[in-house]
Design a protein around this ligand. Structure first.
Ligand SMILES: *[C@@H]1O[C@H](CO)[C@@H](O)[C@H](O)[C@H]1NC(C)=O
Length: 233
């Protein structure tokens, strides 16, 4: 073989090697991405974690009086028991094609005056999705929504609540965050009296941290990003 043929062969094998290692590292990276996604702690799309031990219609049809307690009983429950509250990471696509989520400025304790996710107590007979849909409707007036999945569950401890007495204060809630998508992008937000203002923010958790958003909001965004890194785009 002439020198130049050897050089060509060497160059060819070098490029072949480089191409193979590029492909292999791509496959490994893809695998890493999908592993990250399954390990993100978020549930499967469409799954709201309900398990029914019996006839669904009988388990989920509960009279009004069994959903709501007399206020003195409910106050005691808030102070001395753990309450489940379902919150919505409510996402729309802006006119510019950017995905963003809704924050509301809370008007009562806990976290009064904090920009938070809309949501509230899970009533007896409700699935997480049913509660998320109802809370989106009640607190933000947005009715044309689709619940996608439960992003995660947080255990939150608050030093004050709306039901504090002179001697007993604070509350603890277990909060599933449900990813909820708005179907009609032009819909107007109409707040009820649980919050005072609203705004839409980017889904980028880094941006949320820089803007000083509350840690709970950041947690929801981080989980969304971990579950589906391309959801934002
Ligand atoms: C919800 O929004 C979608 C998309 O804009 C629209 O096609 C559909 O008719 C709406 N549904 C209701 C019940 O308003």
């Amino acid at each position: 073989m002439s020198n130049s043929t050897t050089n060509t062969a060497l160059a060819a094998s070098f490029f072949l090697g480089a191409a193979v290692s590029f492909l292999v590292s791509n496959v490994i990276n893809k695998k890493k991405t999908s592993l990250n996604r399954t390990n993100a702690g978020a549930t499967m799309e469409g799954n709201d974690l309900s398990l029914y031990y019996g006839d669904i219609s009988q388990l989920t049809t509960v009279t009004q009086s069994r959903k709501f307690l007399p206020s003195e009983v409910y106050g005691k429950l808030v102070r001395d028991c753990v309450v489940c509250c379902v919150d919505c990471l409510l996402v729309r696509t802006s006119k510019e094609g950017k995905k963003e989520c809704l924050l509301v400025l809370r008007s009562s304790e806990p976290v009064k005056g904090v920009w938070w996710l809309p949501g509230g107590r899970l009533l007896k007979g409700e699935s997480f999705f049913a509660a998320a849909k109802r809370k989106a409707q009640e607190e933000t007036g947005l009715t044309n929504v689709t619940c996608i999945q439960v992003l995660g569950v947080w255990n939150t401890f608050f030093p004050t609540s709306n039901w504090d007495t002179d001697t007993e204060k604070g509350t603890q809630t277990v909060n599933p965050i449900v990813l909820v998508e708005l179907n009609d992008e032009g819909a107007d937000v109409k707040l009820d009296d649980t919050s005072e203002e609203w705004r839409w923010i980017s889904l980028d958790p880094e941006e949320a941290i820089q803007n000083g958003e509350d840690k709970y909001v950041v947690q929801g965004l981080l989980r969304l990003q971990a579950w589906n890194p391309s959801y934002n785009r």
